[in-house]
Design a protein around this ligand. Structure first.
Ligand SMILES: C[S@@+](CC[C@H](N)C(=O)[O-])C[C@H]1O[C@@H](n2cnc3c(N)ncnc32)[C@H](O)[C@@H]1O
Length: 187
């Protein structure tokens, strides 16, 4: 059920805090000559900051109202797609980011194998997720259940393990905030 984001789309960028782009940009190892794919990228709130550091930014999301907001931002390339079946050729993207979205996906293991499939050899992906090890995030998980959202939060180490099993090198980083990162590279 993705109706929450369809309904929120027009207000999303105003309701959400500005994304802290410097840290994620460094973890993504930008700039790059290749394309950046933002999966579950919504309005482009997070990836818009990287437009000048990559060849192009493709935003892929299930919600057309969220993508309509991305279309209003210069130079973003929105594509309606489910993360579990991405409409891109193997090895297409130099960088992939997923911010605050993995826990909303319908089947995370399938979505992760799709991310691995479309990542170029030598490419890097960063998944930014609320860190379910924190009490504040556990409260948020309960709130999302009460709001009838279908969220499922995986521990960062579990995401790391799932990516490692596909042959990627993956590691977990934690900062001082609510969210942590899983960084993965494809040989
Ligand atoms: C909390 S928003 C995050 C949006 C953006 N990454 C950001 O940080 O501003 C989660 C996004 O995931 C999208 N989404 C949920 N399930 C999805 C799926 N199975 N495939 C693709 N996108 C999905 C929603 O439409 C929504 O735009």
């Amino acid at each position: 059920m993705n109706i929450h984001f369809d309904l929120l789309a027009g207000y999303y960028d105003r309701v959400m805090r500005r994304h802290q782009s410097t840290e994620l940009g460094a973890l993504l190892n930008l700039p790059t000559d290749g394309f950046l794919l933002d999966v579950g990228g919504g309005t482009g709130r997070a990836s818009k900051d990287y437009r000048n550091q990559v060849r192009g930014v493709v935003i892929s999301d299930l919600s057309s109202p969220m993508l309509a907001q991305a279309l209003q931002k210069d130079s973003l390339l929105p594509t309606q797609a489910i993360a579990e079946a991405l409409p891109f050729a193997d090895n297409s993207f130099a960088r992939i980011m997923v911010v605050d979205a993995l826990h909303h996906f319908i089947h995370q293991p399938t979505a992760l194998s799709e991310l691995v499939r479309v990542l170029q050899p030598g490419g890097r992906m960063v998944i930014e997720e609320p860190d379910i090890a924190l009490f504040s995030v556990k409260l948020r998980a309960v709130a999302e259940k009460l709001a009838l959202m279908r969220s499922h939060f995986y521990a960062l180490e579990k995401i790391q393990k799932m990516l490692t099993r596909t042959g990627l090198h993956a590691e977990v980083r934690r900062g001082t905030s609510f969210s942590g990162w899983v960084i993965a590279e494809k040989n």
